[in-house]
Design a protein around this ligand. Structure first.
Ligand SMILES: NC(=O)c1ccc[n+]([C@@H]2O[C@H](COP(=O)([O-])OP(=O)(O)OC[C@H]3O[C@@H](n4cnc5c(N)ncnc54)[C@H](OP(=O)(O)O)[C@@H]3O)[C@@H](O)[C@H]2O)c1
Length: 218
């Protein structure tokens, strides 16, 4: 039987690497997408060294055409993804009265519009098949905003609402939609270890958790 496939958009050394390791350990083939081919090569080598089938594609989530090209290649070379993990995020520091509108617009494109584009690229086939999982990396700024991070607060609130509206639209189709809302600074060896966070993404995929996991220290 062919391996299941996860596409991870916005793949780097943090949360997404934990998700790649977890889904890879569960038998998935992994395709990583990000802007830097060199960094992607490093991530792919790490996964292959751990015995995980891994590939990479270069794409910039702020450029819809590059996403369309990358997903077309993904489909033809590796197959239809069973799981999408949208992980790209952008955070310009600044308060509402000092941040530049252009920076907020750029961050919104990374945090929300790239996620929307990716969902539109993969969800129709999942709905037709009656199975699939759409996962998104959120942040607690979207729930509890702070002035100095207004741009990411707007972006993560937008992403969270995109997730809930997608879940509403896809209810009853067999497609699972979920988000892990991270409430702290991601760092290996801490409560916010990428491998621990990846466990919540896995739980959303399997149905052990539904909708939103707020990954916060109690
Ligand atoms: N780190 C934290 O403390 C923390 C806390 C709460 C929430 N989060 C959320 O967790 C997610 C990221 O986690 P992480 O920091 O651990 O990152 P990560 O998984 O290590 O990697 C994220 C990757 O996204 C890629 N990326 C950024 N902009 C992109 C673009 N325009 N197009 C394509 N790829 C792009 C970058 O690679 P390239 O430069 O190669 O494109 C980067 O390495 C984000 O959604 C973030 O908001 C993080």
């Amino acid at each position: 039987m062919q391996k299941k496939l996860i596409a991870i958009v916005g793949a780097g050394p943090g949360v997404s690497a934990g998700v790649a390791r977890r889904f890879g350990a569960e038998g998935f083939a992994v395709v990583l997408l990000a802007r830097s081919a060199e960094a992607l090569d490093e991530r792919v080598s790490e996964l292959r060294a751990a015995g995980i089938e891994a590939h990479s594609l270069v794409a910039d989530v702020t450029d819809p055409e590059s996403l369309r090209r990358a997903f077309a290649t993904l489909e033809s070379e590796y197959g239809t993804p069973d799981v999408l993990h949208y992980n790209a995020g952008a955070i310009t520091v600044g308060t509402p009265l000092e941040v530049a509108a252009d920076d907020v617009s750029h961050d919104f494109a990374v945090n929300v519009l790239g996620a929307l584009e990716c969902a539109q690229l993969v969800a129709p086939a999942m709905r037709e098949r009656g199975s699939g999982t759409l996962l998104f990396t959120g942040g607690m700024l979207g729930v509890n905003p702070v002035a100095s991070r207004v741009s990411a607060a707007i972006g993560k609130a937008g992403l969270r609402n995109l997730v809930f509206t997608l879940a509403d639209e896809l209810a009853g189709t067999g497609v699972t939609v979920g988000t892990v809302t991270i409430g702290g600074v991601v760092k290996a060896g801490t409560f916010f270890d990428p491998d621990a966070i990846a466990g919540s993404f896995w739980d959303l995929h399997t149905g052990a958790a539904t909708g939103e996991v707020q990954f916060v220290e109690s």
